[in-house]
Design a protein around this ligand. Structure first.
Ligand SMILES: C[S@@+](CC[C@H](N)C(=O)[O-])C[C@H]1O[C@@H](n2cnc3c(N)ncnc32)[C@H](O)[C@@H]1O
Length: 351
């Protein structure tokens, strides 16, 4: 027997979910045309005022603004017919350095949709989808998605949570940032610690090109180097710190990657592992954060791992217990959760 009240409630959820999904393209249009930033800088505007400011056609803009107001992304004052971007929404849509700046997340959702046919085909074969085989600049979206987290946490909270690491970095340390993608984490550290040397490795050549450009434009070309390389074949040794930002679970052979870190570190070196926040048991991950991470895991992380040797397929919600096992199998005797945010866990592993 269908329970009408439950059906009604679920349809309410579906309507809200559909509205969110439909907003992906509209948020990206607002972002690309500078509409949020214009509202943030200039304050409340009518359709005509914003159209003139942003150089867009009024008829389209009226529909877009109406959608944004219906979504609670903008506010609307019927007495003045002006639309406004409230301060809290500005942190999400307009202020790039805010900890909750989210346009990258919308880019990411668009990139996932683009990969749907490849991932659906892999469901049948059990094979992987290689990182570089995704389209729609998934790589740019991932970099943009993660940057606010690094910008707001890495120097202020994550590195200081590791035992003695900031002192070493200030004195002058040798660091490898493995799976560095577009290099935001590497550049952030290199800027803060000019006495240290940073080498970013990633097996995706396009990402390494982008990382080199970021290093140049942020003035850290002198103490950074970026090389194409897998997590198991870089030649650097005597490293004080090896960092893995949101990439260990993407690897086919995370234990092999850990063994490579072990032989590349000095005796008292540190392996810093940043992973998506997750509990150990599925039932505890059935929440809004888990929902987004399981999406990324289905589309990107698990297919990336299954496309590589060993194909362990940790998934983006592996949890501390499983990650601790990886570090132990790689030969690390000490492993602790140094700190966490609602979205990330930061681990310190030592020999
Ligand atoms: C989710 S992205 C994170 C990128 C970057 N660390 C960041 O936080 O923006 C995962 C990265 O791991 C890289 N990757 C995956 N498997 C790898 C492997 N076996 N060796 C080297 N890089 C790998 C991918 O190319 C990708 O850039």
């Amino acid at each position: 027997m269908v329970d009408d009240a439950k059906l009604h409630q679920f349809m309410g959820q579906m309507l809200s979910d559909l509205g969110g999904a439909a907003s992906i393209a509209l948020v990206r249009i607002g972002d690309a045309l500078g509409l949020y930033k214009a509202l943030h800088v200039k304050g409340p505007m009518t359709v005509a005022e914003l159209a003139a400011e942003a150089g867009v056609h009024q008829r389209y803009l009226r529909e877009w603004l109406s959608h944004q107001a219906a979504s609670n992304y903008l506010s609307y004052d019927p007495s003045t017919q002006k639309f406004a971007l409230p301060e809290e929404q500005a942190m999400v849509f307009a202020i790039e350095d805010s900890p909750v700046y989210m346009p990258g997340a919308f880019d990411l959702m668009a990139a996932l949709l683009d990969s749907q046919p490849k991932v659906a085909a892999a469901f049948r074969t059990g094979g992987g989808v290689a990182w570089g085989d995704h389209g729609a600049c998934l790589f740019c979206a991932v970099a943009r998605f993660f940057r606010p987290g690094y910008h707001n946490n890495l120097l202020s909270a994550w590195l200081p949570a590791l035992d003695g690491v900031v002192d070493k970095l200030n004195r002058g340390a040798r660091v490898a940032d493995v799976g560095c993608g577009h290099g935001w984490s590497t550049v952030t550290m290199a800027k803060a610690f000019p006495n240290s040397q940073f080498i970013g490795y990633d097996f995706h050549p396009g990402s390494i090109d982008a990382a080199r450009v970021h290093a140049q434009s942020h003035g850290v070309a002198k103490n950074t180097r970026f090389e194409v390389g897998t997590a198991k074949d870089y030649g650097e040794a005597d490293l004080d710190l090896v960092t893995f930002f949101d990439c260990l679970h993407d690897m086919g052979d995370p234990v092999g990657a850990g063994r490579h870190v072990k032989q590349a570190l000095t005796k008292d070196g540190v392996w810093m592992i940043v992973e998506p926040f997750a509990h150990d048991n599925l039932k505890d991950n059935l929440n809004p954060v888990g929902r987004v991470y399981y999406t990324a895991s289905t589309f990107i992380c698990t297919p990336a791992s299954l496309s590589q040797e060993v194909a362990l397929g940790l998934g983006a919600q592996a949890g501390e217990r499983r990650l601790r096992k990886v570090a132990a199998e790689a030969g690390f005797t000490r492993f602790r959760r140094a700190t966490e945010t609602p979205f990330n866990m930061i681990f310190e592993a030592r020999l």
